[in-house]
Write a protein that binds this ligand. Structure first.
Ligand code: GDP
Ligand code: IMO
Ligand code: MG
Length: 423
């Protein structure tokens, strides 16, 4: 028998590809869903029964019956945001405590991490990263700097003293920045209260739970956050997030050996968006860009910021497929392009008088070369089978498959969990 493997869902662009929806759609085939990196900078939207839910920390399998949800060691947790999510979900009749397990090795975001994020961003002025200001960068910096507080510290008798020591360290760093308007006392009260509430959940070394589940043949799905082009190593540094968003991050972020990775589901939109600063070769500043934002409701699920919009970037997509070992593509938000007469796709970049087909670190700000497809001018939202799709859309899909060398297994044609075409 083929040994049981861990399947991974992750974003191939700059985040917000629709990972939350896809995890919700795939979860019925799994018994465990595990987040492996990032933190509340993520905003994963799920739409069903006429309602929208946005999850930041809790895995997107939480709404399906019989699914255990794991927050892995690679995640950074803000206890206040986690508890707000729990309160959002409880009225649905979901017993979160019985469905959630948190790694004791996951790091904690302190109120002073958020202050450091804000202070660092405002000190950078125009060069700012455009961080979600959730304290992600400073928390991972403390993790790699070996100063951080972990979930396991919550159970230590001297937790309060450890917290106070790290806070003092942060206050000393903050003294080097312009003063912030931030009510630390209030934030600290809320944080300490939430920290107490987090102790009610199963806190474990989740690497054992996950490996044992795989040994027993239990199907496990890993849920990525952010996107491949925001990866700390392979994104356009410094305009990146502070974790490894690639499939490899699922190994370190959950304690799973590389040979145990199975299918890698790469999620991408039929166009591109980016929120925050940094290079974006196919970005549009015209009426088409405005239209993508309006029709696609491209406003951040975490910060509400308008997302920058642009055409699909194939060299960038191919790069992400390569770096993740994507086995299956999932195409999102094709319905947003329904009304366009012409649809463009970048197939290369013009750089130093040459056309390059590679998305390398020196093409991050290059001028794209486009191929234009005729629009399908058909509402895709109600279609549920591949055969019923318009030919112009099938041609667009076939071109993506041919270019990436990867099959598109699911086409998503609306926000609702039912709006999918499986192939
Ligand atoms: P995530 O961070 O990758 O989970 O994505 P977000 O939830 O931040 O953003 C995706 C947005 O697109 C959400 O508002 C979803 O409800 C919505 N969405 C997902 N799939 C589709 C789709 O196929 N069509 C349309 N029109 N919207 C979609
Ligand atoms: P999901 O999981 C889109 C972006 C921020 C900023 C950069 C660094 O919903 O796809 P950070 O707060 O991590 O220090 O910000 O990364 N960013 C995201 N963009 N979707 C996300 O998550 C993001 N998480 C972070 O806008 O440019
Ligand atoms: Mg999002």
């Amino acid at each position: 028998m083929e040994p049981n493997k861990l399947d991974v869902v992750l974003g191939l662009q700059w985040g917000d590809e629709g990972k939350g929806k896809v995890v919700d759609v795939l979860t019925p085939a799994y018994r465990i869903v595990a987040r492996f990196q990032g933190g509340p900078n993520a905003g994963h939207s799920l739409v069903f029964g006429g309602k929208t839910f946005v999850l930041h920390t809790i895995p997107s399998g939480i709404f399906r019956d019989g699914t255990l949800n794991v927050i892995g060691n690679g995640v950074v947790i803000d206890p206040v945001i986690l508890m707000e999510e729990v309160r959002q979900i409880r009225p649905m009749g979901i017993d979160v405590a019985s469905k959630l397990v948190i790694s004791k090795r996951a790091h904690l975001i302190l109120p002073t991490h958020r202050m450091l994020d804000a202070a660092s961003e405002s000190a950078m002025g125009k060069a700012k990263i455009g961080s979600t200001l959730k304290g992600i960068g400073p928390t991972y910096a403390d993790k790699t700097g070996r100063n951080g507080l972990r979930v396991s510290d919550l159970l230590a008798p001297d937790f309060t003293a450890r917290y106070a020591a790290l806070k003092q360290r942060h206050l000393a760093l903050l003294a080097g920045y312009a003063p912030l308007s931030f009510d630390l006392e209030q934030a600290e009260r809320e944080w300490l209260h939430a920290v107490d509430e987090v102790k009610q959940f199963r806190l474990e070394d989740t690497e054992f739970l996950l490996n044992q589940a795989l040994d027993e043949g239990i199907p496990v799905l890993a849920e990525g956050a952010q996107g491949s082009l925001l990866d700390i190593d392979f994104g356009a540094y410094p305009y990146v997030t502070s974790s490894n968003t690639l499939a490899a991050g699922a190994c370190t972020g959950l304690g799973i050996a590389p040979g145990r990775i199975g299918s890698v589901y790469g999620i991408f939109k039929a166009y591109c968006t980016r929120v925050g600063s940094g290079p974006f070769p196919t970005e549009l500043f015209d009426a088409d860009g405005e239209r993508l934002r309006a029709v696609g409701h491209e406003f951040g699920a975490t910060t509400g910021r308008p997302r920058r919009t642009g055409w699909l970037d194939l060299p960038a997509l191919k790069y992400s497929v390569m770096m993740n070992g994507v086995t299956d593509l999932i195409l999102m938000k094709s319905d947003v392009l329904d009304g366009f007469d012409a649809i463009k796709v970048a197939v290369g970049y013009r750089k130093d008088g040459q056309i390059r087909e590679r998305f390398s670190s020196d093409c991050e700000d290059a001028e794209p070369v486009f191929k234009t497809f005729p629009g399908w001018k058909t509402a895709l939202g109600g279609i549920r089978s591949y055969e019923d799709l318009p030919q112009a859309f099938k041609d667009f899909l076939a071109f993506i498959e041919q270019q990436t060398g990867c099959p598109v297994r699911i086409v998503s044609v609306g926000p609702d969990r039912d709006a999918v075409i499986r192939r």
